[in-house]
Design a protein around this ligand. Structure first.
Ligand code: F3S
Length: 65
């Protein structure tokens, strides 16, 4: 599974960071940044799905298994 963040859509709601701080950080402007845009460790797949489902701007998408 890979995670993708559309910076154009992100409005800084920070739910992703609150739910999955292993995958996201927040920059100085309150916008989300991915900590790793490569393959996500399987132990974090549920958190990735949770973050994607909770972003009100649909800025987070997942690909792969
Ligand atoms: Fe941005 Fe969505 Fe996270 S708006 S800060 S990607 S919850």
């Amino acid at each position: 599974m890979q995670i993708h963040l559309d910076a154009e859509k992100c409005q800084g709601h920070n739910r992703c960071y609150a739910l999955a701080p292993e995958l996201f950080d927040v920059d100085d402007y309150g916008q989300a940044v991915l900590l790793d845009d490569g393959e996500i460790d399987p132990s974090l797949h549920d958190k990735a799905r949770l973050a994607a489902a909770n972003c009100p701007e649909y800025a987070i998408t997942l690909t792969g298994d």
